[in-house]
Design a protein around this ligand. Structure first.
Ligand SMILES: Nc1ncnc2c1ncn2[C@@H]1O[C@H](COP(=O)(O)OP(=O)(O)OP(=O)(O)O)[C@@H](O)[C@H]1O
Length: 298
């Protein structure tokens, strides 16, 4: 697991990461979400021993990254997929990564297959790779040492919806096998698909955290029915706040309570889901707005 304790990074007067604490657990995919410049990369660099913290600490598998023996065998890191040498082929990049951490060459073919790079693609120079192919290669390099933990900075960047879906499956399998995944993104839509848990950061501070479902539930329940007018009246009669949106009614109550009101009123529901459409998006934008430095705890 990854444990971050009061981690802080200051550059002169500027605080890039401001006293953040959270845990990324084995068996789940934790999304580290925040707008550009929020401090995600700086925090991940501190977790992986590339930037010394001003104060606080980060532990991976119970130790500071720098204290792990052969960290590449325990922690797969992808911080900048475009940092790969442009003149090398994908296969060469991966072979070097495998040699550096002392795993045998069979890991290279396995890694390429895992991320779906064909033999022909692996033989091309990285400068001719699309952004999505670079992300796949970066992911293969992170996985090559068969690690227990993955730390990935914007891994979905440049992937098309199909690619994001594929990555979700890959990271899901990794977590289901007991692995710990921490990935960052500035796009809620991406991270919402991939992550079980969210840590939302704005201006260097954590402004909300919880499971994706919990955060969504705080946004009320979106509901449609064959008679929204009658449902609205019934919900209000049950003392449930309700608003009309283009996506249907949004009721400030858990889905079960909304369903019960509809049942009692004999109204047929056609849609019932946690979270208003765009609710999490709104929450994210509010919590990470440039002037919300104080943040709002979830
Ligand atoms: N070496 C440095 N010196 C001074 N300021 C820095 C340094 N590294 C990062 N920063 C600043 O710290 C802040 C956080 O940057 P960081 O790259 O961690 O953000 P981020 O959340 O990863 O953003 P993005 O989504 O754009 O990658 C930014 O304002 C950045 O300019």
């Amino acid at each position: 697991m990854i444990t971050v304790n009061h981690l802080t990074k200051r550059y002169g007067d500027f605080t890039a990461v401001d006293d953040i604490s959270f845990t990324a657990r084995p068996g789940s995919v934790t999304g580290f979400l925040g707008p550009n410049g929020a401090g995600k990369s700086t925090a991940m660099r501190m977790m992986t021993g590339l930037t010394p913290p001003t104060s606080g600490e980060a532990h991976v598998l119970g130790r500071r990254y720098a204290d792990l023996p052969n960290p590449g065998r325990h922690v797969g890191v992808m911080l900048d997929a475009s940092a790969q040498h442009p003149g090398r082929t994908g296969r060469e990049v991966l072979t070097l990564a495998a040699r550096t951490i002392g795993v045998d060459a069979t890991a290279v073919a396995r890694g390429l297959a895992t991320v779906g790079l064909t033999d022909e693609e692996a033989g091309r120079r990285v400068r001719n790779y699309s952004l999505g192919m670079r992300q796949r290669l970066g992911l293969a390099a992170a996985l090559v040492g068969d690690p227990e933990v993955l730390v990935l900075d914007e891994p979905a960047n440049g992937l098309d919806p199909q690619g994001i879906h594929w990555m979700r499956g890959l990271l899901r399998d990794f977590a289901d096998a007991g692995g710990t995944v921490l990935l960052s993104s500035h796009l809620l839509s991406e991270v919402q698909i991939i992550a079980d848990e969210l840590v939302i950061i704005g201006n260097g501070r954590i402004v909300a955290e919880g499971t994706t479902t919990q955060l969504l539930e705080q946004q009320g329940t979106r509901v449609r029915s064959l008679d929204d007018d009658a449902l609205e009246v019934a919900l209000r009669a049950a003392n449930i706040d309700v608003a009309r949106t283009p996506a249907g009614l949004v009721a400030q109550a858990p889905a079960a309570a909304v369903g019960r009101v509809a049942l009692d009123a004999r109204i047929v529901l056609t849609d019932l889901a946690a979270g208003s459409a765009g609710g999490l998006e709104e929450l994210f934008l509010t919590l990470t707005a440039a002037d919300s430095r104080e943040g709002i705890a979830a």
